[in-house]
Each structure stands twice: as C-alpha cells, then as structure tokens.
Design a protein around this ligand. Structure first.
Ligand code: FAD
Length: 381
C-alpha cells in the first residue's frame, strides 16, 4: 500500500473539504454546541451521504459504492475535522450498516439499508448497560422466547444515535452465556429513550434506552442466535479504525489552528512560532498525528485485503485517540488564555478529544487485547 493519496482520493477529499468549509462549517458554527435534533441531523447526513460518507465502504450489491476502507477513512477524517457532532452519527451508521450487510435477514436489510446509506435513517447499536461496560460478555438485558417472538426487558446506556435511531440492534442475553443481536424498530412503543448530557458532543445523541416488554419476531434476529459477540468482533476492527481517526482528526484541526495562531501571535518581539518550545509543540503534534494516521491506514489496508487486524486496529484505536487528547491539550497551551476561550475552537476540540479513549474499548482494554494477542496470556481478570 502506498501512503500517498491516489489522484482519485485527492480529488474526492479536496471536493469534500471545499463543501465542508463552504457549506457545513458555517452552518455548524451558527448552530453551536447545542443538541442537534433528527430533522437537522438528517439534512446534514443526506448531503454528506451524497459524497459517499455512509455508503462508500458498503458492497455494491447492497447499494453501496464498494469503496475501500482507506479511502473511506480519508473522507471521514475531513468531516471529523469540521464537526465530530456530525461525523459521529455517520460513523455509527457505517458500523450499523456493516452489521446488517454481514448478518441481518433480508427483510431487515430491505427495510433499513437504503435509508441508512442515503442518510435518511439512523441506526443504534447497543451493548453497554449501567453495569456492563468493558466486560461486554456480562450483558443482562434479557430476551425470552415466547412462541415466534422475543420479549425483551432491560436497560441500555450510552447508545449513540439513540434519540434519532430508526433501528436499534440490541445485544440481548438469550440463554446462559449466550448473547444475541435482535433488531428493534426505533419507534417501538416498548422503548423509552433519554438523552445523556456530556462534557462535549452534545449535538450528537447518546442515550439511555429502557426496554419494557419489547415484543419482536424471532425472525428479526440479526445473525445466528448466541453469536452476537462473534458478530461484534469484526465490526470492532472497523469501528476502532473510525475511533482512531476521531482522535487524529481532532489533533489535525488543533494543529492547523495552532500553526495559524503561532504565526500570528507575537510575544517577546516575534511570532511565538519562533520560540523553540512552541516549535517543539508544533513538531511533536504533527509527527504524532501522522504516526496515528499511518497506524490506522495500515489496519484499514488489512481490512481491504480481507486480513484480520484485531491487533493493528487496537493499536490504532488507543494511539489515535490518546494522540487526540495530547495534541488538543498542547493546542490549548499554545493558545495561552485564548486556548480556554469559547472564541477559539481549540477549547471545544480538547473536550471532544477527551471522549475518544472511552468508546469501542477503552485505552486500557486495547492494551490488554494487544498484549493477549502477543503473549497468548489474558490479563483481563
Ligand atoms: C460518547 C460515547 C458513545 C458511546 N456509544 C456507545 C454505543 O453506541 N453503544 C454501546 O453499546 N456503548 C457505547 N458507549 C459505551 C462505551 O463502549 C463504554 O463506555 C466503554 O466500553 C467503557 O465502559 P464503561 O464506561 O462502563 O467503563 P468501565 O468498563 O466501568 O471501566 C472503567 C475504567 O476501568 C477500566 N477497566 C475496566 N476493566 C479493566 C480491566 N480488566 N483492566 C484494567 N482496566 C479496566 C477502564 O479502562 C476504565 O478506565 C459509548 C460511550 C461513550 C462515552
């Protein structure tokens, strides 16, 4: 794989960049950091879907573009550089569409896939619960078989896209040590959804979901009964590449802002870029961001070649998201007092970056996974 962008990738990212700078960024800045409701999010996601943001990596026979993951990540990075509030729901839609393509019965694919791919619909994928975080196998939300139906009761939390999801793929306990994915229509009356306010990214919906006597046909099972964890493993490889891009994209924006600021801001008789300790910050941020992107594109390239990349995706996820935290923190410092002012974007970037090391396996969990692959010895328990 060449790490240089191809001519096609360059044309695609350039035209998306122009569109984001001209159309989306001004609208997002005008909207501010408040909650983004479904109507507005749909307007943005439909326009971005036309650039292939959701359908690009989905195979053509399912209505996608069959584009490689490397190119998809290059495109998604551009959106994340503009607004993670807008990029994050797209990330969930890609992961969810992927899960449907690989495992869902045809009637579920027919009902939801095209809406997801053209930006009109949203999906939520739920594993986490109040008592279930890193230990995903401990899911308690229970689906009990009643004739041809499942009846589901329980509580999920931290569900991205929760408030505007048209489809919820819920991980349920269906037996002893047996977890199963079940598709639930987002408008099912047995679902109650509550927004969780966060330190940042409050536009993007993250929700608690209460499930009370949710009755759905057994035919709506996604994948085989008892195979939810196995289905999730492949999805995790891709989701972790997205999360890595979350980190280095915020880092990239922080670096771009820092370069401009350090050229313009004068102290002690010269632009602060001319002070060696500031030069060190710029060089460190740039190098670490590039390293994070290279790790991520390496994992994505393996996905494109059909090679499992659990280790590489875990390396990319922890490094990329942690680099997001350190680069945005350095950007705040480089901006001095202005770094904590709402007038300057780096303050928001630093708060958004803090979230990255948590979802899709925390930094600690990624390190445990990498070490287990390398040594064959698990250190989880
Ligand atoms: C913005 C956001 C969006 C999310 N979206 C979704 C979603 O769409 N769907 C979904 O299902 N979930 C989602 N999550 C939940 C996310 O996956 C969990 O928060 C994450 O897996 C960590 O679980 P936890 O928060 O319960 O932390 P815990 O598992 O309780 O961990 C707490 C701390 O202990 C550490 N820890 C845990 N176990 C070990 C161990 N064995 N060794 C060392 N350290 C350990 C962790 O690294 C962490 O630092 C989202 C979370 C956030 C913040």
């Amino acid at each position: 794989m060449s790490f240089q962008m191809t001519e096609e990738q360059k044309m695609a990212t350039d035209s998306l960049r122009k569109f984001l700078d001209k159309e989306i960024e001004p609208e997002f800045i005008a909207h501010g950091e408040g909650r983004i409701y479904k109507e507005q999010m749909t307007k943005w996601s439909k326009r971005l879907a036309s650039f292939g943001l959701v359908n690009a990596p989905i195979p053509e026979e399912f209505g996608g573009m069959g584009m490689d993951w490397v190119t998809h990540l290059r495109l998604w990075e551009e959106v994340a550089v503009t607004s993670l509030d807008i990029a994050a729901p797209l990330l969930i839609n890609v992961a969810g569409a992927d899960l449907l393509v690989q495992n869902a019965p045809k009637h579920i694919q027919d009902k939801y896939l095209s809406g997801l791919l053209n930006g009109e619909m949203f999906i939520g994928v739920g594993i986490s619960e109040p008592d279930v975080g890193s230990d995903v196998a401990a899911v308690k939300t229970q689906a009990i078989r009643d004739g041809d139906d499942w009846v589901i009761n329980g509580e999920k939390t931290w569900i991205s896209n929760g408030e505007y999801m048209d489809l919820f793929v819920c991980t349920c306990k269906t037996g002893d040590g047996e977890l199963t994915h079940i598709a639930i229509d987002g408008n099912h009356p047995g679902l109650e959804v509550r927004h969780i306010p966060k330190m940042a990214l409050n536009g993007q919906s993250t929700s608690q979901i209460f499930l009370t006597d949710v009755r759905v046909p057994v035919a709506d099972t996604v994948g085989k009964i008892g195979k939810a964890l196995m289905n999730t493993l492949v999805i995790f490889e891709r989701a972790r590449c997205h999360m890595a891009a979350w980190g280095y994209s915020l880092g990239r924006r922080a670096l771009e802002e820092s370069i401009k600021y350090s050229q313009d801001r004068t102290q002690h008789g010269k632009p602060i870029a001319g002070h060696q300790l500031i030069a060190d910050k710029i060089a460190t941020m740039a190098t670490e961001i590039d390293a994070a992107r290279l790790l991520t594109l390496h994992a994505a390239d393996m996905i494109d070649k059909g090679i499992r990349c659990d280790k590489e995706a875990s390396m990319a996820k922890w490094y990329g998201t942690e680099i997001g935290v350190s680069a945005t923190r350095q950007a705040v410092q480089l901006h001095g007092g202005n770094g904590v002012s709402k007038e300057f974007i780096v303050e928001r970037l630093a708060r958004e970056a803090m979230i990255g090391p948590i979802p899709d396996g925390t930094t600690e969990i990624q390190k445990l996974l990498i070490s287990r692959i390398l040594t064959g010895v698990q250190a989880f328990r």
